[in-house]
Design a protein. Sequence first.
Length: 397
Amino acid sequence: MSHLFAAACSCSIAALILAGAAAGPLTPPPGPVASTGKTLTEVEPRIAINDASTPGDADSLFRITAPGSYYLTGNINATAGRMGIQIASDHVTLDLNGFTIRGDTDALAGIRSESPGARGLMIRNGVIADFPGDGIDLDAFGLVEACVIEDIHAIGNGAIGIAVGQGAIVRDCVAEDNGGDGVRASFSAIVEGCMSRNNGGLGFVLDLGSSIGGCVATSNSGGGIFVAGRGSITGCVARSNGNAGIEAFSSRVANCVSTFNGGPGFSVSLATLVTGCESFANQTHGFAVGSDCRVIDSVGNSNGTTITDGSGVLVTGSDVRIEGNTLNDNDFGVRVTSAGNLIIRNSCAGNGTAFNIAANNRYGAIVDISAAGAASVNGPSAAGVLTTTDPWANFTH
């Protein structure tokens, strides 16, 4: 036993010696010892919002006066007569870092730029709540340009939730329970992926040349979505707003849904194109159409819930083309009260009156195929029952 124990000890000692040799020398290199870690600036190169780096003034809790990347380190609360953060510089990125900027009853706006002509501002990732003024005001008289707002929740502010100037981008934001409009943007703005709900004004208001896509406006006291002209509305939903669900001038409206609104589902005029849209159960009309517009391949069902002459499509202007639409269960399917319009390839079913068209319009044959009695079909072919070969015909069925 003693020989075996001695042999085991010898093996263990040899293993330790070999392990030590593999680990390298234990003697430190000559010269002073230098740190291999990173400095705080290297770890977090941004600037924290605090009294030392961004001191406020008479009307702001904190004030940014130089370009750079800034961030919050905690929630902040603005007091009476002051805004939360004032931006007084170009080229500022402000990351709320998931925190909340909150105002009391006598505070001003949450975040504001008071530098007309400021450019390159970006605000992201946090909550701005309970300010008597705007949640975010980067409009500065329409002169703040090309700012970006993303991942912001503006809630319970007394005026506008998010207001931006020309050339702005607003994406993935929520504006709710604000006293004014949810989101308001100046010229040539892009708004995408946003929700605006329960605001005292409109859900979204965009000025000339702007685009809104993939957004939802619901339960706003005013209308849902408004684009002033030469813009586009794509893939949006407007529901249960106090006035028109979607309103546009000289614009393109595509693949949108508007339901249960207090006014028309869509109110369009001045050369607006509406295509692939659905309007359902709005209190007045499905599509209220002014001059020079085109409404094609859309659906207007069950509109006129609070009036006796609600129409799937109501045309009050001239030089309008109404084509290829399905208009069911309204008081009127297609109603045209003015002259000089073209009505082709539409179908109406279940309306109080299918077609009501004033004199001096042009329309394809209106064919009534609503009578019962067509034979059933079970097989690869059957005779047609449309009673017309006119490719421009309108149908009541």
